[in-house]
Design a protein. Sequence first.
Length: 486
Amino acid sequence: MTLVKGIGMMIKSCLFIMLLISLVVPRINGAESLSPLRDNIIPTTLDELWGNYDPRPEPLHVEICREWEQDEVVSRIVRIDIGTFKGGVSKLALFYAFPKGGRKLPGLMHIHGGGQSASYETCYADAKRGYASISINWGGNKLNLGRSKDKYDGLNTDWGDLDATHPQQRQQKNHFVGSLAPDEFTLDAIESPRNCNWFIVLVAARRALTFLEQQPEVDSNRLGVYGHSMGGKLTTNLIAIDKRVKAGVPSCGGSGVISTSLNDIPPGTSPSNESQLLLATISDNAYIPRITCPVLWLSPTNDFHAHINNMAWNWRMVPDDLLRLSIAPHFNHRSGENHTLTQCLFFEEHLKQAFVNPKIPQLIFGRGVLSGAPILTVMPDTSVPVTNVQVYYSSDPHELTRFWRSPPTKSRVLAGLPIVQSQAITNRFLLTQMLRMKRRIVIATWLIHRVQEILPRSPLVLVSCSCQNNKSKRAVLQGPMLLMIV
């Protein structure tokens, strides 16, 4: 009897282990990569959405569609398996480039924006700088080789029984915006966040990261990700959910939304009416608090896609030592060369340890002795030669049409440090309001300290410090950006 009982317990233990394996390794012998819903219960949190998903165990079935060499750079067009969904296999095309003969290289992944395609020239430029680089063609559009006259008409991204292309090629509804309702090209047959294409493309990006880390040229402990616009949002979400990423640069995407449920909507902000389900599973708001790697926010002041007010509110809890800013004043959905350069320097610092970016300047608010006007004192890091310090401020309410004023600054030396003072506010109406209404308010600052008390009705203040890098090109790294929420 004891023997039979012992055998029964062993059988139960084996069954339990098999159940665990089935949950952790979703695809065996053609099984679905994402487990079907049980009893039509949909995920309602980010943890439930991703569950036990692991982008590593499934075979990638790598197809090398083309390979060539140019200027000591090896380039390939590759296609990999994203996974099996609804019985069909989805495949992702990508460019891959690396320095010939390179080993233990830092790896970069580029994520293109909406309506675009993977960028070969981006990968090639990364490879010339000493990286192994991929650019994923998640949108499913025709691949091109940049300025080359050569054409490519071979294998491309194929979403199989799904459609996460952009613009959508088969779906009638845009499943990047709003609707979680099912159709013939969604994953679930009921309304579910897994029907949102942001989630589906993130699965593809995580599989591409698996491809990158497995390449013999790549040091899997030094991976970075960057992307623009929709690629910026995907970058923000990916660096938050996949801890293999050691540095990220989202551009013009990933600012999150400000919900209409907030009691105090920042002036000039466009509130969102996203549902609680979207906010908890798909929105940047759910991902941003999970960021644990260094991030460079590369986005201009007046961007229509990544609203600066939203960024200031939703990123306020990201630790100061993780976040750097490169924000071009007056620009919309692009940055100038000085700001774009900061992306290169950021990866050089965090993936190669080949550059040390200057520390964030310290900011001190005060008042003129005689005039009583607000004075902003900026103390930049002088370990790298400082070529220019400029303060931008604005009292215009609307974040997209906001005009940035640039007051004159003057420099002097105190205790061996250059001090820049600027009379940052001259509007009498604003000044009157400030003098009469002093109270504690919520503000967002980064990288030096949290300012806890300031006068209300203050403008948005942006501090720009240009430094000289070792190639004699100017790079702009901002200091703490202050958004006064009244």
